[in-house]
Design a protein around this ligand. Structure first.
Ligand code: SF4
Length: 290
C-alpha cells in the first residue's frame, strides 16, 4: 500500500492570521479575557487548543463579559453584527481573512452601484451570512447549479455574480454558464480564494493516481468538503476524517491512498493520520505529490 501526501495542504494564510491574532491576545492576560465570536476556524483541534489556553467561544457579542476582547472569526461577520459588537464595552479585533473582506467590500460596492448581487455559496455558512449581511440592496444566494437553473432574472437589471471563497470551482463554472444564457447585464467575479483553487487542483491530480483521497478536516469545514468532492469528481473515492476519527476497515485493502487537509487543519493532525496509516499492513510512504 502506497501513501502519498499532497504538497499543498493545511493551514492557509487566512487561518494562520486568525490563529495568530487569538494567540497574541491570549498572551496578554492584562488586556482582559478573550472571547471569539463563533468558531475562529472550522477545526475542532484548533478550537479545543484555544479553549485550553482560556479562550471561550460566544455565539453573540452580548455574551462576552464587559471589558473583554472579542475576536471576529476568519469567516467575517455582517455589518449589523460588527456595529453592535463595537457599541458594547469590548475591545474588538477583526480576524476576518483579508480575502473574505475583499468579497464583502466588492459585494457592498456593486450593490451600492445598483447591481443585484448573486452569491454562489453554501446556505447558513458563516462567511456567506457575513457577505450577504454587507449587501444593502437586492441579493440572492445560489447554492448550486440547480439554483441557477431555477433563477428568473428581471429584464433590464444589472447583476454581479460573486462566490464564497471556498466554493466548489466546477459548480461555479456551471453556474456561470447557466447565468450567461439568461442575463445580458452580468458581471462575473470569481472570488474563490487562490489557496482553495490550488488545493482543489492538487486533489484532482492526486485522485488520478490514488484509489482513495483522505481529507483531514471537520464536517463543518466547507473547504474540506469541497476537497472530497474534487477527489470524487476526478474518479477516486474520498473520506473526510477529523484528527480523532478511527480508520475505517475499508482502507485495509486499498493500494494507493492520498492524504490532504482542509485550510483549517493543522499539520500535526496530518502527521498523526500519516503515522496511523503507516501501521496498516504493507503500508509505505511514497512521497509528496505536487
Ligand atoms: S481559504 Fe482563502 S479565503 Fe478562506 S481563510 Fe484561507 S486564505 Fe482566507
Amino acid at each position: 500500500m502506497k501513501i502519498y501526501l499532497a504538497a499543498k495542504r493545511g493551514f492557509c494564510a487566512g487561518v494562520n492570521r486568525a490563529v495568530e491574532t487569538a494567540l497574541e491576545q491570549l498572551h496578554r492576560p492584562e488586556n482582559g479575557p478573550v472571547r471569539i465570536l463563533h468558531e475562529l476556524v472550522h477545526n475542532k483541534t484548533v478550537v479545543e487548543s484555544l479553549k485550553k489556553h482560556g479562550c471561550e467561544i460566544v455565539e453573540n457579542a452580548d455574551d462576552a463579559p464587559a471589558g473583554s476582547i472579542l475576536i471576529f472569526s476568519a469567516h467575517g461577520v455582517s455589518e449589523d453584527v460588527e456595529t453592535h459588537a463595537k457599541s458594547l464595552p469590548l475591545t474588538v479585533f477583526d480576524a476576518t481573512c483579508p480575502l473574505v473582506k475583499q468579497v464583502q467590500n466588492l459585494a457592498a460596492q456593486r450593490s451600492a452601484a445598483g447591481d443585484v448581487i448573486l452569491l454562489a455559496g453554501k446556505k447558513n455558512h458563516r462567511e456567506v451570512e457575513g457577505i450577504l449581511g454587507r449587501i444593502p440592496g437586492e441579493k440572492y444566494l445560489l447554492t448550486s447549479p440547480a439554483d441557477a437553473e431555477n433563477f428568473s432574472p428581471a429584464s433590464g437589471k444589472a447583476y454581479t455574480l460573486l462566490s464564497q471563497t471556498t466554493f466548489f470551482e466546477e459548480d461555479f463554472e456551471k453556474i456561470v454558464q447557466i447565468l450567461q444564457e439568461k442575463i445580458s447585464l452580468l458581471q462575473i467575479k470569481n472570488t474563490i480564494c487562490p489557496s482553495t483553487s490550488a488545493r482543489q487542483d492538487a486533489v484532482r491530480r492526486m485522485a488520478a493516481v490514488c484509489d482513495i483521497v483522505i481529507v483531514v478536516g471537520t464536517p463543518n469545514s466547507s473547504n474540506s468538503k469541497r476537497l472530497c468532492e474534487a477527489a470524487i469528481s476526478a474518479g477516486a473515492k474520498s473520506l473526510l476524517l477529523s484528527g480523532t476519527s478511527d480508520l475505517p476497515e475499508s482502507l485495509w485493502n486499498v493500494r494507493t491512498i492520498g492524504v490532504t487537509s482542509g485550510a483549517s487543519a493543522s499539520e500535526e493532525e496530518v502527521q498523526q493520520l500519516l503515522q496511523r496509516l503507516l501501521t496498516l499492513p504493507g503500508a509505505e510512504f511514497a512521497g509528496e505529490l505536487k
